[in-house]
Design a binder for this molecule. Structure first.
Ligand SMILES: [Zn+2]
Length: 416
C-alpha cells in the first residue's frame, strides 16, 4: 500500500477546516483530580460501554470504565482514544488499565498545564485552520475566539419551546434564553419573533451555519403543518406533552427555521444516522430537499447505518453535502464504504470531515481515524487505476479544505 502511506502523509500535512466540534475549556479538565477520567467521560467510550440510550442521567465512575473497557477491546469508540494517547503522550499499551492509568493521567495533566491544547494539537499538529464550534449548551451565545473558531446556531431547543417545562435531548429549552435577553413570549407570534431575533443575532454574531441534531429526539420526517395546528400546541405554562402531540409543532418550527436559514443564507447541518428509535435515515429528508433547493444542507455521520442513502441523494440534489464526521469513529469500515460510494457519486465534491469531540484527545483520535479512512479509500481507487495518485491528492485537499469552504461560504472567514 505505497499509495496509502503517501496519501496519509499528504492529508496529515494539508490545511484543514474542521466542520464540527463541541470542545470544552482546558479548565474543565484541569479542575478534575483525575484528568484521564475527565477526558474519557467526555468521549464516546461511555456510549459503547453503557449504550447511548441509557447514558443520560447515569453516574459514570473510573471503575465502571475500567470494567467496561475489558468487554469492548475492539470498539472503535475505544480504539480512537488509544490512537490519540499513543500519538500525543507516547502511550504504548493496547489497553488502559489500573496499572497504566496514573502515568498516562500525569502526562495528560503536564500537557494541559504547559500550553494551549487547541493551539498545540489542533492548530500545529493537525494543521486545522478553522473550527466550526457547536456549543449546544449555550443558546444564543456566539462569542468565540476568532479567527480560529466559528459558531453555529443550534435549533433543537426551539423545537421544544411549546412549554417552558419541555427540553431537547440536552435538556435545553428556549425560555431561559428569552428571559435572559428580556424578550417576552406571550403567544405564538411572540415565539416566532423570538426565533427571528435569534437568527438576526446569529448574523451579527458571525454564525457560519445552522445545526440540528433533533434525530436524537424524534423522526426526521417533517410534514407540512398548518400554522393553526402548531399554535394549538403552544402553551408555555402547560405541561410536557407526549411526542405524538408535539410533532406538528416541531414540524412547523423546523420548517420555519429553514425559512430563516434561507432568508439569511445560512447553510444547515443535520444529524442523520444513530438516533431516537432509528427513525433517522437520510432519505426521510427527501421531501425537504425537493422543497428547499436553495439552502445548502449537509447530512452528518454518513447516515450510519444507511450510508448508501446520502450518496445516492447527492446525485439528485446539488445542494446536498456529505459530512463524514463521527462515522470513522463509529465504524472505520463503514466509513471507507461510504466514502468510496460518495467519491464515485459526487466525484469528490461536497464531502467534508469534522472531529465531533469535547477535548483535544478526542479531536486527534477522531481526525487520525478520518484521515486513515480517506487515505485508505483513495489508495484503493488508485490501486484499481480508477484515478491517479495526483487526482487522489486533489480529492483529499477538496475534502479537507475546498468543499467545507464552499459549503460555509464567506461567513467562515478563511483566506486562500
Ligand atoms: Zn456533534
Amino acid at each position: 500500500m505505497e499509495a496509502y502511506e503517501e496519501l496519509f502523509s499528504f492529508l496529515f500535512e494539508c490545511e484543514k477546516i474542521d466542520t464540527h466540534e463541541h470542545l470544552l475549556s482546558s479548565d474543565h479538565y484541569l479542575q478534575s483530580n483525575d484528568i484521564l477520567f475527565a477526558v474519557l467521560e467526555r468521549s464516546y467510550l461511555p456510549w459503547i460501554i453503557f449504550g447511548a440510550r441509557d447514558l443520560p442521567g447515569r453516574t459514570v465512575t473510573r471503575q465502571d470504565l475500567l470494567e467496561g473497557m475489558k468487554k469492548v477491546p475492539a470498539a472503535a469508540f475505544y480504539r480512537y482514544l488509544i490512537r490519540a494517547f499513543s500519538s500525543m503522550y507516547g502511550f504504548e499499551g493496547e489497553f488502559l488499565s489500573e496499572e497504566n492509568w496514573n502515568s498516562l493521567a500525569e502526562a495528560i495533566r503536564e500537557c494541559y498545564l504547559h500550553g494551549n491544547m487547541i493551539e498545540k494539537w489542533l492548530v500545529r499538529y493537525l494543521n486545522i485552520k478553522k473550527i466550526v464550534w457547536d456549543r449546544y449548551w449555550l443558546m444564543g451565545n456566539f462569542l468565540v475566539d476568532r479567527p480560529l473558531f466559528s459558531p453555529v446556531l443550534r435549533i433543537d431547543p426551539l423545537l421544544y419551546g411549546y412549554s417552558r417545562q419541555a427540553g431537547d435531548h440536552d435538556g435545553k429549552n428556549p425560555f431561559p434564553y428569552a428571559d435572559e435577553t428580556g424578550i417576552s413570549v406571550r403567544n405564538f407570534d411572540d415565539y416566532l419573533a423570538l426565533i427571528d431575533s435569534l437568527f438576526r443575532k446569529g448574523v451579527e454574531g458571525g454564525v457560519c451555519a445552522v445545526k440540528c441534531a433533533i434525530a436524537y429526539n424524534r423522526s426526521l420526517s417533517f410534514e407540512h403543518v398548518d400554522r393553526k395546528k402548531a399554535e394549538a400546541v403552544f402553551n408555555p405554562a402547560g405541561p410536557v406533552k407526549p411526542d405524538s402531540e408535539i410533532k406538528g409543532f416541531q414540524d412547523y418550527v423546523f420548517r420555519y427555521c429553514l425559512e430563516k436559514a434561507r432568508e439569511h443564507q445560512f447553510p444547515v447541518q443535520i444529524h442523520t444516522g444513530p438516533g431516537y428509535a432509528f427513525q433517522s435515515d437520510p432519505s426521510r429528508l427527501g421531501t425537504i430537499f425537493e422543497e428547499y433547493r436553495d439552502i445548502k444542507i449537509s447530512l452528518f455521520h454518513g447516515g450510519f447505518p444507511w450510508v448508501g442513502e446520502p450518496g445516492a441523494m447527492a446525485l439528485f440534489y446539488p445542494n446536498l453535502y456529505l459530512d463524514l464526521v463521527w462515522l470513522p469513529v463509529m465504524s472505520p469500515s463503514f466509513a471507507v464504504m461510504a466514502l468510496t460510494e460518495w467519491i464515485e457519486a459526487t466525484g469528490g465534491s461536497r464531502i467534508m470531515v469534522g472531529g465531533d469531540s469535547w477535548n483535544a484527545e478526542g479531536v486527534v483520535g477522531s481526525f487520525l481515524f478520518n484521515l486513515e479512512c480517506i487515505a485508505e479509500t483513495l489508495a484503493r481507487l488508485v490501486d484499481k487505476k480508477y484515478i491517479t495518485l495526483s487526482t487522489a491528492r486533489d480529492i483529499g485537499k477538496m475534502i479537507l479544505w475546498d468543499n467545507p469552504r464552499e459549503f460555509f461560504g464567506s461567513r467562515l472567514q478563511v483566506e486562500g
